[in-house]
Design a protein around this ligand. Sequence first.
Ligand SMILES: Nc1ncnc2c1ncn2[C@@H]1O[C@H](COP(=O)(O)OP(=O)(O)OP(=O)(O)O)[C@@H](O)[C@H]1O
Length: 270
Amino acid sequence: MLVLESLTKRFGANLAVDRATFKLDRPIMLGIIGRSGAGKSTLLRMMNRLTDASDGSLMFGGRDVLSLKGAEKRAWQSQCAMIFQQFNLVPRMDVVSNVLHGTLNRRSTFATLFNLFPSDDIHRAIDILDRLGIAQHAPKRAEALSGGQQQRVAIARALMQDPKIILADEPIASLDPMNAQVVMEALRRIHEEDGRTVIANLHTLDTARRYCDRVIGMRDGRIVFDGTPAQLTTGVARDIYGADETFSEEATSTEIRDPQGAAGRMHAPA
Ligand SMILES: Nc1ncnc2c1ncn2[C@@H]1O[C@H](COP(=O)(O)OP(=O)(O)OP(=O)(O)O)[C@@H](O)[C@H]1O
C-alpha cells in the first residue's frame, strides 16, 4: 500500500531524514517517536509533498508519489490529509466553514471567494462534527473553542477530503492530558471504523504505546526502531531518545495523573 524506500531530506549539510525505509501493507495506526529535531515532521511533510524529498522513493498503491505534479499532486495531498499541532484553523471563521474548507481543493475560486458551499457538503460537515462530538459548536467561531475541540475541528476538516491516510504532526502537543486523550481516541476510532491509516508524530511514549499498532523511532534523521508497542521497552526508548540510564519514561508522559499536564511539550533529557 505505502512504501518508503530510502526517503531522504537534506537541508544544506544537515541530513534531516536519512534513508527512511518502511512499508505499510494494510491500514494501521502508526506512531512516530523521537526527540526534538529527529526528523519526524520532515518525514511527514515529505509524505504529504509539502516538502520535496532530496532522494529516495515513496509509492502508494503502486503510484510514484514523488513525481506527481499540479492537480495530481493536490489530489494526493487530499488523500493524505494533514493535521498540525497548532490546528491551523481560521480563528474568526465559524466552525462549519472551517470544516468546509477541507473541500477547497475541488472547488472553484469563485465559490471559495464567496463561501458558497453545496448543501450536501454542509450536511456532511455537520455529520462529521457530530461524529466527533462537537456538532453543537458548528455555528461558533473556531477561536471560541477549547484546544481539544479545535483539534477535532481540524480532524473534521481533514475528513471532508475523505482521505486514505491522515498524517498528524504532534496532534496533542498543545493539549492538556484530558483533551489529548479525546483527540487520540478520535483518531483511533477513525482508523478502526473507517479503515483509514493514521500516522502520528508523538512526543510521548505512553501515547504511542496505548493507541498505535506499530511504532517507528527516529534518531538523528534515521529510523532506529520499527516494531510493536510491546517491543518498545524502556531500554529501546532510551536508545531512541539518546538518553542515559537516568532516562525516565515519565518525562515523556501525558497521562492524566501528570500534574504538569498542560505545561506543554516534554522531551526526554539529553
Ligand atoms: N525548513 C528547514 N530548513 C532547514 N532545516 C530544517 C528545516 N526544517 C527542519 N529542519 C531541520 O531538520 C531537522 C529535523 O527537523 P524536524 O522538524 O523534522 O524534527 P522533529 O523530529 O519533527 O522535531 P520537533 O519534534 O521539534 O518538531 C532538524 O535539524 C531541523 O533543524
